[in-house]
Design a protein around this ligand. Structure first.
Ligand code: HAM
Length: 478
């Protein structure tokens, strides 16, 4: 590297990777408040917290979410483990694996123009690559929760098992407002037991209670039933047949989906396709009897709980594991990415992952979007202030200030203790900038008299207190 290049490299300013961002104070106070509310509300519904790994075998997501979904086909962050399997270009390795039977390694060296040691190193790499595993950063957590249910033998526990989680998820999407490559979800899953419609309704009631508690504005719940293994394939075929008749009028994405997943055409936001979609057959008219009954009961159960909903026959969701009840919740202030929560029933997913036949239903809230919506409606906390700023001058006062800070913090007050001596005027200015409510002034006089001056910054008033009186006074007013 030339000297110039080194210098340039040294000067490089690092930036957060596209689609990721830092969450900073005071905004993080709102994140904490939201998460705290989730812990509290979900606990009142009997849910316990589960923490699952950030990465899992790629196969887990591929099998659960579906190979043809956008999430699995395009959006996962995937790598090989162990990583040195990637030291060689993957295609070279594939080529060697396919073209050179291991027993031929030593005869064929000249053909491939490689020295013996080099060739053996290649084959060794090839073997490692074959044994290595593809792992992905989790794009969602339902698959992981199901894996954990099976792995920990949770079917032995009283059913259903009610779990919730929160944390970062990763999808390589095109970043925009409300859409990130690292985003955060708060989700819940109910696994095992029956598929009683009251379970569907209670899960939805829980998320609505949570949004209510946060005073989220413009909340709109859409629900649908997408049928089961019996009735959905017949509807999908009917839909495919109808779509083929109008194929020429559809855009390229929808044309492709006629083959891969006709249901997703119903998701289309393309203006030119809306008229056509309105004329397509609706799943509600093609559900089997059991699904029709289940859907009607879910709606009744929601009404009994006072949960308002809108039926939306086009709500199909983008992941393959769903059946019967699906739902989505939108909120205000989010523009085009306005789905703040999505969920649904996924009976059969645990079985698909090698577990016993198990019912399942759940949801995930997009926490980034939830926060955005709360901020848009003016719910963000102001700069986190301090209760007390300690303005001290002199060595003796410093020692007293350190002790005072310790006592005040122990009593639960938030305290700023400047690390170096400042003139009182400057200290008070600093206290103001930090939004402190009070300044505790400690100089030589205060220390020798044992009377400390407390200044209220809002009105400039001040009074003297002994140390115990000061604590009592602050406890009363803060
Ligand atoms: P999902 O609809 O893919 O469902 O995601 C749920 C929510 O996560 C979305 O409604 C949205 O608020 C948020 N979200 C998704 N992608 C992004 C992104 N790139 N940036 C910001 N927010 C995003 C699931 O993930 C299912 N696992 C939900 C579920 C749980 N179904 C049953 N149980």
């Amino acid at each position: 590297m030339s000297e110039g290049a080194v210098k340039k490299e040294e000067r490089r300013k690092f930036q957060a990777i596209k689609g990721t961002r830092d969450l900073l104070p005071p905004e993080t106070a709102l994140w904490n408040r939201v998460e705290q509310a989730a812990h509290e509300v979900f606990a009142t519904f009997g849910f316990g917290e589960i923490r699952v790994p950030i990465f899992e075998p790629t196969e887990l997501f591929a099998r659960s979410i579906g190979l043809d979904t956008d999430v699995v086909a395009k959006e996962m962050f995937t790598f090989m483990d162990p990583p040195d399997a990637l030291e060689l270009n993957q295609r070279t390795i594939e080529w060697i694996v396919q073209n050179v039977p291991p027993q031929k390694v030593s005869d064929n060296l000249t053909t491939y123009g490689l020295g013996e040691a080099q060739f053996e190193a290649l084959v060794e790499m090839a073997n490692r690559w074959e044994e290595s595993e593809r792992v992905s950063l989790r794009p969602e957590a339902t698959a992981s929760v199901c894996r954990a249910y099976i792995e920990s033998g949770m079917q032995q526990l009283p059913q259903p098992v009610k779990l919730y989680y929160m944390g970062p998820m990763f999808r390589r999407e095109r970043p925009q407002k409300g859409r990130y490559r690292q985003f955060y979800q708060i989700g819940a899953e109910v696994l095992g037991g029956s598929d009683a419609p009251a379970i569907d309704a209670e899960v939805i009631e829980m998320v609505m209670t949570f949004f209510d508690r946060l005073e989220l504005q413009g909340v709109q719940l859409d629900i649908n039933s997408i049928g089961c293994r019996e009735c959905r394939p017949k509807y999908v075929e009917l839909l495919r047949a109808e779509l083929l008749k109008v194929k020429d009028k559809l855009g390229p994405d929808s044309q492709r989906r006629i083959e891969t997943n006709p249901l997703r055409v119903l998701d289309s936001k393309l203006e030119s396709e809306q008229g056509i979609i309105a004329t397509l057959p609706r799943i509600a008219d093609h559900l089997c009897e059991a699904c029709t009954t289940h859907y009607a009961a879910v709606k009744h159960q929601l009404e009994m709980r006072g949960v308002f909903f809108r039926e939306n026959w086009r709500l199909v969701r983008g992941l393959d594991y769903y059946m019967r009840t699906t739902f989505e919740i939108t909120a205000q202030g989010l523009g085009s990415q306005n789905a703040v929560c999505g969920g649904g029933r996924y009976d059969g997913l645990v079985e698909l992952l090698g577990g016993p036949p198990t019912k399942g239903i759940g949801f995930a809230i997009g926490e980034d979007r939830l926060i955005l919506s709360l901020q848009e409606s003016g719910k963000s906390p102001a700069q986190q202030g301090r209760d007390v700023y300690i303005a001290w001058m002199g060595e003796r006062a410093h020692a007293t200030a350190i002790r005072a800070a310790k006592d005040l913090r122990k009593a639960g007050f938030s305290v700023e203790l400047p690390p170096v001596e400042q003139k009182f005027g400057k200290a008070l200015g600093q206290a103001d900038k930090l939004g402190a409510k009070h300044a505790l002034i400690l100089g030589d006089n205060e220390v020798s008299e044992g009377l400390w001056t407390l200044k209220t910054l809002a009105d400039g008033s001040q009074a003297k207190y002994t140390e115990p009186d000061l604590l009592d006074h602050l406890r009363k007013i803060l």
